[in-house]
Design a protein around this ligand. Structure first.
Ligand code: ACO
Ligand code: ZN
Length: 182
């Protein structure tokens, strides 16, 4: 079955943005955003490998004719973060960032929403999880607003010794796919 490509236009007052799947030519810009916004940086190979394996959950947000944010995920078959001793297909949000001038306009919300929708529909993921610095209030607020809850505190998870919250959210309830926003 051919599913419609994930595209969405959101209106931001006079401005607008579009969520679309990553393309090879976006790589330099995505790497630039990552280095600007986060201390966790990756090799070219890392990005292209994730894109090759899970292209439907590697998305970018485009505004003013340029990529201003991205999300990339890995689909993993592992133990559920929400149900003990339950094997499941999980969507792991590896990294998400939005450049400063475009923050607080809903770009990250739509990137997560669309990635979770694609993870459930294209890869049959039933749950989503991620790690986030315990000091990262903007990201923790974003995930909480989208229905994630903290599932464990991971001591010294980051290179500088900071702890992480693991946060998770179900994508399926009673056999029904639930939308990205709870
Ligand atoms: N302070 C408090 N809450 C915030 C903030 C902030 N600065 N930014 C976002 N939020 C919360 C709010 O609840 C907001 O809703 P509201 O605007 O209606 O109040 C909600 O998140 C949604 O905000 P968006 O506009 O969708 O988020 P944005 O596009 O600004 O991107 C992001 C949020 C990705 C966290 C951005 O601040 C960023 O790039 N930060 C640096 C990189 C980063 O920390 N990435 C996450 C690391 S964890 C990981 O990658 C798995
Ligand atoms: Zn992770």
């Amino acid at each position: 079955m051919c599913k419609k490509q994930s595209q969405k236009v959101s209106h931001l007052g006079s401005k607008s943005f579009e969520i679309r799947v990553f393309r090879r030519e976006d790589l330099d810009r995505v790497m630039e955003i990552n280095v600007t916004c986060l201390p966790e940086n990756y090799s070219t190979y890392f990005y292209l490998d994730l894109f090759a394996r899970f292209p439907k959950t590697f998305l970018v947000a485009v505004a003013d004719n340029s990529v201003q944010g991205y999300i990339m995920c890995r689909i993993e078959r592992t133990f559920s973060k929400l149900k003990s001793l339950h094997l499941a297909k999980l969507c792991h949000i590896v990294s998400i960032a939005v450049v400063h001038p475009y923050r607080r306009r809903g770009l990250a919300t739509d990137l997560v929403f669309q990635a979770l929708k694609n993870a459930a529909e294209e890869y049959e993921a039933t749950e989503c999880f991620l790690e986030v610095r315990v000091s990262n209030d903007p990201a923790i607020n974003l995930y909480s607003k989208l229905g994630f809850r903290s599932t464990r505190r991971m001591s010294g998870y980051y290179m500088n010794g900071e702890d992480a919250w693991e946060m998770a959210k179900p994508l399926i309830e009673e056999g029904q796919t639930i939308p990205g926003v709870a």
